[in-house]
Design a binder for this molecule. Structure first.
Ligand code: PLP
Length: 448
């Protein structure tokens, strides 16, 4: 095609770039994103696409928000960088931690900042081990997480991640990371006689703690809604039972709010749906809407007091922790989340998306499940609705669905072959939400 700026850039890209999840095959038809406006992305040829996943679940405010740009620019002028190591601080980091304490779970009032989600996972693992050592229980070193959980790909975060393709090329994994089944309402098989599917799935945690020895387990890490693992929304009784189990066996409950934080699920933080209080949280992504790489952890008053009393340094550090520019953008973003009621908007638009998808596709013979909470939805396609058998990778359904959506102007991601993940910017208009439904409907009908 003459004047194909996208193709010309892609040729150069191939010479010198490696990408996350690098695959020359997947990258063959890559889009080179050149511009963004609200929930729309434009490639280098000027073609527009609906941003079906808000970048990577992060850009809830959409592109082109002048408040975020101004916050970054004025902070860059005032103080671009200063150390955040003990002995140094900066006003924006202090203000952001105060703001987070005001909106977070009541007993979480202390924060450590990172550059993203994976670093936040690692920070929590190291915080949990250190906490138990300070409590005189140094044998508590194991971490339990769930199948289909995604917690990042730094080495420790990868070990907690429960999506199996992430593991084989880097094994052996760290042995202190163990997994339990996901509550996955569409697929989890509760044993006969279980009180409910949610209780049975939570009891898998108790079973694993007892198997490993409660005296060895430091922490259970879980996303309120499993995101990259296929938008898996737990049963209402799952997390309350998980909390009881963690209390019974002295296991810290860490909530990975990297996707669910700051309104995405229709509440400010995900576990609020079930009235559950975690001991630790981790966040990233929407705290800056992707305008600056910033993440962090929050710890309970009890953990914070224990660390304070220790009187020795926590030997954990990142050059970019408490980055003044990231914190300035985070503050401006929290204003947007509050002033534009992002939780309320996500709840409303999410309902529109979920109802729309169900109306359009629930009868389709290859659609097994349509689920969601707030503005995050998943459409799971299956080879056989009766047996719930998935398509095999050789069927090529995933790439064909992706192609069918992209050709209609929707860019998003699938979990492997079978779950279309949708989490557009919270600022997406109702018309854009409806268009996403239309495109997913047409793509599924074209391919299946
Ligand atoms: C729940 C969750 N935790 C952690 C991460 C890792 O974040 P990052 O890619 O910033 O390291 C992600 C990324 O998608 C995530 O969804």
């Amino acid at each position: 095609m003459p004047n194909d700026a996208n193709a010309a850039l892609l040729d150069r890209d191939r010479n010198h770039l490696l990408h996350s999840l690098h695959s020359s095959k997947v990258h063959e038809n890559a889009r080179v994103w050149s511009r963004g406006e609200g929930a729309l992305l434009y490639d280098a040829n000027g073609e527009s696409y609906l941003d079906g996943l808000a970048g990577l679940w992060n850009n809830t405010a959409g592109n082109g928000r002048p408040e975020l740009v101004r916050a970054a620019a004025s902070q860059l002028e005032e103080l671009a960088y200063a150390s955040g190591y003990a002995g140094s601080s900066n006003p924006r980091a202090i203000e952001l931690a105060e703001r987070l304490a005001a909106i977070c779970y009541p007993q979480i009032n202390r924060f450590y900042f990172t550059s993203g989600g994976g670093e936040s996972s690692d920070s929590n693992f190291k915080m949990a081990r250190y906490y138990w050592k300070l409590k005189g229980r140094p044998e508590k070193v194991k971490f339990i997480s769930r199948q289909w959980g995604y917690h990042g790909v730094t080495f420790a975060a990868m070990c907690a991640t429960g999506i199996s393709p992430y593991h084989p090329m880097f094994e052996p994994l760290i042995p202190e990371f163990v997994h339990v089944p996901s509550p996955y309402p569409y697929r989890y098989q509760a044993p006969a006689g279980a009180a409910s599917q949610g209780i049975a799935a939570a009891d898998e945690l108790e079973k694993k703690i007892l198997e490993e020895g409660p005296e060895t387990v430091a922490m259970f890490l879980a996303e309120p809604v499993q995101g990259a693992g296929g938008v898996i929304v737990p049963q209402d009784d799952y997390f309350p039972r998980v909390r009881e189990i963690c209390d019974e066996y002295d296991v810290l409950l860490a909530s990975d709010e990297v996707i669910t934080g700051f309104g995405r699920t229709g509440r400010m933080f995900g576990l609020e749906h079930w009235g559950v209080q975690p001991d630790m949280i981790q966040f990233a992504k929407a705290i800056t809407s992707g305008y600056f790489p910033l993440g962090g952890i929050g710890i309970s008053d009890e953990i914070a007091a224990t660390i304070d009393e220790a009187g020795k340094p926590w030997m954990h550090a990142y050059t970019y922790s408490a980055h003044p520019v990231g914190c300035a953008v985070g503050l401006a973003m929290l204003d947007i989340v509050r002033d534009e009621d992002f939780p309320g908007q996500a709840a409303e638009k999410g309902k529109r998306l979920l109802v729309g998808l169900k109306d359009a596709l629930i009868e389709h013979p290859h659609v097994g499940d349509i689920r969601g909470l707030g503005l995050m939805c998943g459409v799971e396609v299956v080879k056989d609705r009766a047996t719930k058998a998935p398509f095999a990778p050789e069927d090529g359904v995933g790439p064909r669905l992706m192609q069918a959506m992209v050709s209609r102007g929707l860019f998003t991601r699938l979990r492997g072959e079978d779950v279309i993940c949708l989490a557009p910017p919270i600022v997406a208009s109702n018309e854009q939400i409806d268009r996403i439904v239309e495109i997913v409907h047409d793509a599924v009908n074209e391919v299946l």
